[in-house]
Every structure is written in structure tokens, then in C-alpha cells.
Design a protein around this ligand. Sequence first.
Ligand code: SF4
Length: 497
Amino acid sequence: MHLANSLYAQLRAARRAQLLDTGTPDTLHEGGPPPERWLQQVWRHQRVRRTQLYLADGAPLRVLHPGFWNREAGPDFRRAVIQFGDDPPRTGDVELDLVTAGWRGHGHATSERFANVILHVVWDEADTDRSRPPVMAIKPFLDAPLSELAEWLDLEAPASVPDNVPGRCSGPLRELSADTLTELLRQAAQLRRERKAVEFTARARHVGWENALWEGLLAALGYKHNAWAFRRLAELVPLPAIRPTAEAPSTTAHPMALEAHFLGLAGLLPLDLSRGADPHLRGLWDCWWRERDALNEIIVPKTLWRLAGIRPANRPERRLVLAAHWRNQPTLPTRLENWIRSTSTRRPSERALDLLQLLAPSAAETPPYWARHWTLRSMELPEAHPLLGAPRVTDLAVNVILPWLWARIGREGGPSELRQAVELCWREWPAGEDNAVLRLTRQRLFGTQPMRLPARAFVQQGLLQITRDFCDSAGALCHECRFPDFVRAPERLNPAG
Ligand code: SF4
């Protein structure tokens, strides 16, 4: 029996029928536009006649690199390299829409995120409005009829890595042994930890070690988009002095008052209390109105916040409630130092769990409102959600707590067994959640072949450091990147070599 012609082919056909059942390709048979995800795959894999591309105004263009698929808010492809006519190649973003009206209709024309778009790709109706980026209709340039592309677009394209994504280093990296590659990533990650430690040391000179940690923790709660707003709040509400002064008493505040203080200073307390306001919000305002006038000048401006596209569990309001909880524990830095002392007898997963228990408020300490709400205006959730989960603890550990401990113990000549405890903890910390940046980095560095690497956080940190040191400046075409040469001489990884 020929399996490929019978069972497997039937399974595949069933999968295809399942996809067709979604109804989207019906538009294809009616001559309408395809689903936007197809447009993305055509562009990502460049299924176009690449030497015969023209803008809507008739000018020729060449796509030297289509850019990297962006799954987050903003343009569909980042860092594309495109040559318009005989002009020098330009690097910028590419936005895909089914119709040209999408540019204004989706608000791209006025959004900062789209300011670097150098090409607007649409399906088949392009006009030449000069107030927009250059427009290209892609349908006339497909390298096969859409009916022929349809199956590939749904079944294969989303899962495969286009040829244009792996970088020049992917070949040499595949030649390395697993041990050498792991060592390379460990060294890159170590450098990243050192850089953070230097930053903590510099900051500690001005605000002290405790508040350098505090600012780092809050910046990490802000993720990449709101780090500065959180950092500002850390400056506005520093940790109480270990030795209290008149200006900074060490007494703890009532949790509700402190929550109101953080949310009010952040400018995130909704003003409208008229209809259906929750008693919790009213309670916060009861606290905040007493101090608002005095603090009005220093409230974080709304323009500092970026709230669109944030996952509900990561909303800044919930993170600020967590910050208020930490702020009410003046011994946090000391407790972290005690925690690292205890780690030598614990397994990696137990260390992470201990840290989670140290940082996360218990069920009794979590304000009941925040256990079941994402924001101050959202519906009540059917289940309780903790203010801090295990993935975020990994992020806090490898980006803030361990580098801070490393800096503090190292700079202050702390006992060698404590330094070893930090080193061991850092080296053995379990890998954190995967994300879009790590996925793209792996695709660029390793291509389509998965590499067998330890499931450790330092591997992820090493990948991020290589991206920062090499990919970010070299661009999509790996322009003048020295990393492949470095990889070809792995003996350099031996510090004594
Ligand atoms: S820029 Fe350098 S490190 Fe990044 S993928 Fe290209 S060759 Fe590799």
C-alpha cells in the first residue's frame, strides 16, 4: 500500500477541508480579497516575481529584505530593506492592508508607531496619494495563481521559516558542538549580567543599594513599554529609609492609602465616579483626594503610558498594586539577601518557588478587588488571579535581583560563598517564557534546525545579548556583522586561548 497516496493524503485533505470550513477562502472564489493572514505570508515568503515589482505610481522597487514579521502592535514587518528605483536602499517598516483606505481607517496615518513605514502593501487596489508612504498592490505580482498558492498559504507557510530570515551566522553556528555553543551563550549572558551590575552600582552611588534595587524592580514591572513611567514612580515613592529620617519615616502605610498613592501619582485613577463605580474605586478616591492637590505637579503625565495592546494580566494598575505591597515591606532587600543565602541547599525549581513566595502577596494580602479585576473599570472575573506569576518571577530574577545581588556582594567584597550562591543560582535558573524576540533570534541564528540547548534562563539571556550586540546594528541583511567570523574561530571562547 502507498501510504502517501492513501492514509496520510486523506489526513492532509481532511485538514485542508477543516481550514476551508473557516469560510475565509470563499471570498477567493468570488474574486474578493483573501484573508489578511495570506497577505502576510505572501510578503513574508516573498511569493512574488521579485524582479518585476512596481509601485502604484509605476516606479520600480526591489525588496532586498522583506523585514521581520511583527506579531505585536505596530507595522506588520520591521526592518525591511527596500530599494526604490536607483535610490540607495532604505531600511524601515512595511505595513500590509487589504485596501489602501486601511492606512487612514486603521489610524496608521496619525500613529507614532507607523512613522517609520517606508512601504504600504495592499491587495489589488492601490492609489497614489502622496501624503502616505509609497503604495504597492501585490496581487498583480504573485508568482503563482492564488488558487494554486491557497493550500501552501494555509498549511505550510505559517509554520516554515522563510529563506530570508536565517542570518549569515546560522551556518557557522550549526558547526559548533553543543558544549561550545552553550559556552558561547553563557559568556554572552554573563556579559549581560555584568552590564546590569555596572548600572546598579552606578545608580547605588546616588540613591543607595536598596533604592537601586527598588527602581530596577519597578522598571521591570513596566515591561518594555512602560518601564520609564514605573521608574519615575520608583523615584517619586522611594523605599523607606532603613534608618528613618523625618522626611522618610520607616512606618508602613495602610494598604488602601498606599495603593491610592501609587495609582493617583501614576494618573491611572479613573475620574468618572458617577455611574456604577465600584466601592473599591470610591475607597481609593477617598484616600487620594486628600493629597491630590499637593501632588498635582508631579503626577506622571498620561503621555508616558502605553496601554494599547497590553495583556490584561500585565496591566500597569495591577503591577502598581503589587508595587504598593512591596513598598509596605521595608525589609524587602534584606529578605532577598536572606533568600540567596538559603539557595545553596535548594534545587533550581525550589529556589524559583521560594522567590515567588517571597515576592507575591498571599491570598490574604491581595486586595479582594484586584484578585478578580484586570483594571478599575473591568468586569469581575469568574476566577481569582494572582498579582504575580512564575514567569514574571524569572524575569525579575535574571534581569534585576541576581544582577543586583551580584553587584552588591561583589562590589562590597561580600563572602565568596555568597558570590558562588548567586553564580550558581544564575547559571541554573530555569528558562522563562518564550517570546517573539527570542523566537526571531533563534530563527536568525539557527535557521530551521532546532538546537539542543539547556532549558536555562542564561541561554535566553545570551540570545538576547547577541541580538543587541550584533543583529540590532547589522540589520536584516547582516551588514558587516563580525559575529560569523567570531563563530568560525571557537577557540576564542576559551579565555586562556
Ligand atoms: S546580524 Fe550577525 S548575529 Fe545577527 S543574524 Fe546576522 S550574522 Fe547573525
